[in-house]
Design a protein around this ligand. Structure first.
Ligand code: DLL
Length: 439
């Protein structure tokens, strides 16, 4: 049975009512946090703000920000707002440096999160007739559990594949007629490649939609994946600190992700000054949870850079929309003084007919940054004639220079020599870290 929304009364709520709901929930959430989390109480006391000062969303700016460092400092139980006996689950971030972030969930928290994922699946055209293949990792990572739970709530037949074992993924996809695919966009692209290698055409599978997120991807990559798999590809956004996937999701219009505003308040701030910026301005995304019990968050700085807009959407949902994250305020590379986002490199590659199989290698020689990009040739375009390779490298280098403003050294490498990821792709090797350079 076709359904347009998972929870229509909430997803299409008039904007004034969303604001009223947020006002009411925020007052309760702040009180819950102040009463139960000493770490927050101390932060709020230090900023001179009491729960009574927060009467609604308009007072949000009075609250202090929470940063990833706070989560590390409070590790593991310092931000827990309920008794441990009321928690039913933890998840944890992949943790690049320092301590991992551990997030706790009550059963109510898990239900809310799964409902958010169910909204995403229905927005991608999912219903109880669908077979939903979940190949996000299961375990501490939130991807597998979140989409798995959402798929159950919608009533799809759920294939709990987890990541990896591509031949088995393909076998189940074909034999069990999977119709919805959930994984990272880089793995979706890899599955597309593998299907082609296996002699399958896009029309040979029954897939109709993919729900891809957890890492940045571009519109060009969306088009490639859609073509390779014969599907519509939808973006999904989220982070462990707030629950996991499903904080925001794309609808049929594929033009940005609706933020589940009945559960989260979104703000955009200037990452340098912390000043709140108006809708339509690019800046760092900050979230406040509204009804989380175990691990609530007030003004959590995501480090993701994007733009928020509230325009009428053709799908009828009234929730605010966020653009694709355009990079992170902390994964932005500064190379020879120039700001570079990996997504820009990907756009140039795709515009020049290369698959997004690449690796950026940064180093420092004689006090100057070196900037190399290894790019894989496709099997069709492969050449081992030095002259052909040099000409192609030069062409790509010029295109990079035009986009980035600086000249990387391009190395075209043989097909299948850059390691494939089953989860998030490792795009950057920053050897400058040994010199203490972290951007
Ligand atoms: O990646 C949750 C998730 C799982 C989202 C599956 C979507 C699908 P973390 O591991 O905590 O959680 O990483 C969160 O990943 O702050 C973004 O920088 C990035 N990210 C997540 N979704 C997207 C997306 C999960 N759609 C961090 N586009 C976030 C770009 C994304 N970046």
């Amino acid at each position: 049975m076709y359904r347009k929304y998972y929870q229509p009364e909430l997803e299409t709520m008039p904007v004034e009512e969303i604001k009223k709901l947020q006002d009411e929930k925020l007052v309760k959430q702040v009180k819950h946090i102040y009463d139960n989390v000493k770490y927050y109480r101390d932060l709020m006391d230090k900023s001179g703000v009491k729960p009574e000062d927060i009467k609604g969303v308009d007072d949000l700016h009075k609250l202090p920000f929470l940063k990833k460092d706070d989560l590390r400092e409070a590790y593991p139980y310092g931000l827990l707002a309920v008794d441990m006996k009321d928690c039913v689950r933890i998840h944890s971030t992949s943790g690049t440096t320092g301590k991992r972030v551990v997030a706790f969930y009550t059963q109510k928290d898990v239900d809310m999160w799964e409902e958010c994922c169910a909204r995403a699946i229905v927005a991608a055209g999912g219903n109880e007739d669908d077979v939903c293949q979940v190949c996000y990792g299961y375990g501490l990572f939130t991807g597998g559990a979140g989409l798995h739970g959402g798929s159950h709530k919608v009533g799809c037949l759920t294939l709990p594949m987890s990541s990896g074992n591509t031949q088995r993924q393909i076998q189940f996809m074909m034999d069990l007629d999977a119709t919805i695919l959930c994984c990272t966009p880089s793995y979706a692209a890899y599955l597309g490649e593998s299907l082609k290698e296996g002699g399958y055409k896009p029309e040979d599978n029954k897939l109709k939609a993919g729900i891809f997120g957890a890492e940045p991807w571009t519109e060009e990559m969306r088009r490639d994946i859609e073509k390779a798999l014969g599907i519509k590809a939808y973006d999904i956004y989220g982070l462990t600190e707030l629950s996991g996937p499903g904080v925001a999701f794309e609808c049929e219009s594929q033009s940005g992700m609706h933020i589940n505003e009945d559960h989260f308040i979104a703000e955009i701030i200037d990452p340098n000054t912390g000043e709140v910026l108006p809708l339509g301005t690019k800046g760092e995304l900050v979230f406040t949870s509204l009804d989380k019990e175990a691990f609530p968050m007030l003004r959590y700085r995501t480090r993701d850079i994007c733009v928020l807009t509230r325009e009428k959407c053709s799908c009828g949902r009234t929730f605010l929309k966020m653009t694709k994250p355009m990079g992170r305020s902390d994964d932005m590379m500064i190379i020879r003084g120039v700001n570079v986002f990996p997504s820009q490199i990907e756009t140039v590659l795709l515009n020049n007919g290369y698959a997004p199989n690449y690796q950026i290698i940064l180093d420092r020689v004689n006090n100057s940054d070196t900037f190399d990009i290894n790019v894989e040739m496709s099997t069709e375009d492969f050449s081992d004639t030095p002259k052909v390779i040099t000409t192609k490298e030069k062409k790509l280098q010029d295109a990079m220079k035009a986009m980035l403003g600086i000249n990387p050294k391009i190395h075209l490498v043989a097909p299948k020599t850059i390691p494939r990821s089953e989860g998030k792709a490792v795009r950057l090797i920053d050897n400058r870290r040994r010199y203490g350079i972290t951007t």
